[in-house]
Write a protein that binds this ligand. Structure first.
Ligand code: NAD
Ligand code: UDP
Length: 318
């Protein structure tokens, strides 16, 4: 499928976050005008500092759970605003529920006003601790509705339900992406997610904190691959949900060993308590994205991790 965003006017909620910053950059490269709307709750203007002088880019500070400033003439809304790291959403449970609910309604109403297409950044967490493996979009999931992670998991499930209701009842043009673990430069070093945590520990010679016995799996996707999937979804008329992730699965113990090897670190491995309801396995079936969007992730884990290591080395060097 072709990507044509020249002349598009795209509002990106969460545009100063990790994925949002890469998405804004890609949209500008495609010739779109971009408004990044962000409260900086877990993101930062630093992540888009390299974009602020580019023509067509505007950074707007606002809490989308309250209201979304309307720049007019919007053709696409990319709704990414939401704490995404377990450390963040466990610290910000009510804010997470508010942005997944009120924030999503506000984003959908803005899209409706403009006849714009809305892409929702949902998550593999809607599958919870999955009993089906790999996860296909048809799987309804296994989520603990009252556990600590539920603010995120159920929040995103609510966001998906709201998106589908606006689509069915009001004819809003929507696409739902279920994003699996995505990594790369510009992740916050202290957000607790496994890739920045292991890299930071390895580069400082500290023990790598592997949760539990490390046999739980994740499937890590390079950020530009995820962003390419989001852009293709924005340019399609696919409603979804569509899994976006790399289907190469690894245990967290293997990941720790790979990081030690790639960084040449002398760090040891230290086993720490497994968080409550930590999913045991996670791997996307991406045949739907391949078929409908012509999307496949192309970055190898080794090359993606090496690039992230180089970025973090520069960051730590000041
Ligand atoms: P992030 O925390 O880096 O980015 C989220 C951004 O949203 C931040 O800049 C934050 O300040 C902003 N935000 C949060 N609440 C807001 C509010 N009320 N108003 C305005 N801005 C607000 O996280 P990320 O990894 O970039 O994730 C982006 C999106 O992708 C999230 O919706 C997340 O659920 C989804 N996602 C990410 C991953 C991943 O592995 N990175 C996986 C699945 C889904
Ligand atoms: N994890 C770990 N050590 C850490 C941080 C995370 O072993 O220092 C594990 C975590 O328990 C989970 C996996 O790595 O099994 C991925 O965690 P992350 O927070 O990155 O994302 P999640 O997939 O849980 O949302």
């Amino acid at each position: 499928m072709s990507v044509d965003l020249a002349g598009a006017r795209v509002l990106v909620t969460g545009g100063a976050g990790f994925v949002g910053s890469w998405l804004c950059e890609r949209l500008l490269d495609e010739g779109a005008t971009v408004w990044a709307v962000d409260s900086f709750m877990t993101g930062s203007p630093d992540k888009v500092a390299h974009l602020v002088r580019r023509p067509g880019f505007t950074l707007v500070e606002a809490d989308v759970s309250e209201t979304i400033p309307d720049p007019g003439g919007v053709t696409h809304v990319m709704h990414l605003a939401c704490p995404a790291s377990p450390v963040h959403y466990l610290r910000l449970p009510l804010e997470t529920l508010r942005v997944a609910s009120n924030g999503t309604v506000n984003a959908l109403e803005l899209a409706e006003r403009h006849g714009a297409r809305l892409v929702l950044a949902s998550t593999s967490e809607v599958y919870g601790d999955p009993l089906e493996h790999p996860q296909r979009e048809s799987y309804w999931g296994n989520v603990n509705p009252i556990g600590p992670r539920s603010v995120y998991d159920e929040g995103k499930r609510f966001a998906e339900a709201t998106t589908m209701a606006f689509h069915r009842e009001r004819g809003v043009d929507v696409g739902i992406a279920r994003i699996f673990n995505t990594y790369g430069p510009r992740m916050s070093v202290d957000d607790g997610r496994v890739v920045p945590t292991f890299l930071h520990q390895a580069l400082q010679g500290k023990p790598l904190t592997v949760a539990g016995d490390g046999s739980q799996t994740r499937s890590l996707c390079w950020v530009e691959d995820t962003v390419d999937g989001l852009v293709r979804l924005a340019c399609s008329n696919e409603v979804g949900p569509v899994n976006l992730g790399n289907d190469a699965e690894t245990t967290m113990l293997e990941l720790a060993e790979t990081v030690v090897h790639l960084t040449g670190s002398r760090s040891s491995i230290e086993h720490v308590a497994l968080p409550q309801d930590d999913p045991k396995v996670r791997r996307p079936d991406i045949s739907h994205a391949r078929r409908t969007l012509g999307w496949v992730p192309t970055m190898t884990a080794e090359e993606g991790l090496k690039r992230t290591v180089r970025w973090m080395e520069e960051l730590l060097a000041g």
